[in-house]
Design a protein around this ligand. Structure first.
Ligand code: ADP
Ligand code: MG
Length: 257
């Protein structure tokens, strides 16, 4: 018997424009349960846009987005296309938790409150249960002692680990990372890399946009090199990094080390 479980997230031939600027020109990808997919490519190649279209923070004009095999339903076509089902949007967005480059913690809430906020107010979960889970997650990312601190009192690496705990608190089916280490000093980068590696080892499904080729090589099952809104090359990390075929990828890799 083959495994018929659909991918957690699948994107088929996605097109996205900002006005006259076509940013995604037909991109497809699939992340099965437990897969780590990394997206690499130059600045402006469309990596962030792809993540934002995947969890419906941005509209796209053509192509399909499927969550656990369920296609997003659209209303309108082309530039007028929008998701038709608000509940579906919320279900997908809460199941594909995002971690951003700039952490985006709420400055007026403590770290614990940051982690508890969405499960309580979006999912309507029991506050005491969420608190237990939130504290365990803060322990897991190594900042259990910072529960009552304010975001501004934490280092960048600690803030990003809090943001990862906040994403995990939603118990999502997949995590989407957009350059999670790019805003950090090199010595703080590693504490976030360690957390991401631990998540990969426990079998989390993740899509990671990163400029850190070492991270991509270490954690990924599949790497996608995006160039000007198209997949230029993709494959397992040993092939992509060890034996790149396209000239553009070769150039990109030699410029990033
Ligand atoms: P990457 O994350 O790979 O650096 P982005 O997805 O952020 O690339 O951007 C891809 C292209 O889309 C760039 O040319 C960028 O200027 C453009 N772009 C991104 N966001 C917007 C926006 N909100 N409005 C107009 N253009 C945008
Ligand atoms: Mg980006």
């Amino acid at each position: 018997m083959t495994d018929a479980t659909p991918p957690v997230l699948e994107i088929r031939d996605l097109h996205k424009s900002y006005g006259a600027l076509e940013v995604l020109k037909g991109v497809s990808l699939a992340a099965h349960r437990g897969d780590v997919v990394s997206l690499i490519g130059s600045s402006g190649s469309g990596k962030s846009t792809l993540l934002r279209c995947a969890n419906l923070l941005e509209d796209s004009q053509q192509g399909e987005v499927l969550f656990e095999g369920e296609p997003v339903t659209w209303r309108g076509i082309g530039p007028n296309r929008q998701p038709a089902d608000r509940r579906q949007v919320i279900r997908i967005r809460t199941n594909l938790s995002m971690v951003f480059q700039q952490f985006n913690l709420w400055a007026h809430m403590t770290i614990l409150q940051n982690v508890m906020e969405a499960p309580v107010s979006v999912l309507g979960e029991d506050r005491a249960e969420v608190e237990t889970r939130a504290r365990a997650l803060l322990d897991k990312v190594g900042i259990g002692d910072k529960a009552d601190a304010w975001p501004a009192q934490l280092s960048g690496g600690q803030q990003q680990r809090a943001a990862i705990a906040r994403a995990l608190a939603m118990q999502p089916r997949a995590l989407l990372f957009d350059e999670p280490t790019s805003a950090l000093d090199p010595e703080l980068e590693q504490e976030v890399v360690r957390v991401i590696k631990a998540l990969a080892e426990e079998g989390r499904t993740m899509i990671i946009v990163t400029h850190d080729m070492r991270l991509a090589a270490d954690v990924s099952d599949h790497v996608i090199f995006l160039h000007q809104g198209l997949i230029e090359e993709e494959g397992p990390p040993d092939e992509l990094f060890g034996a790149p075929r396209s000239e553009r990828l070769k150039q990109f890799l030699s410029a990033t080390v």
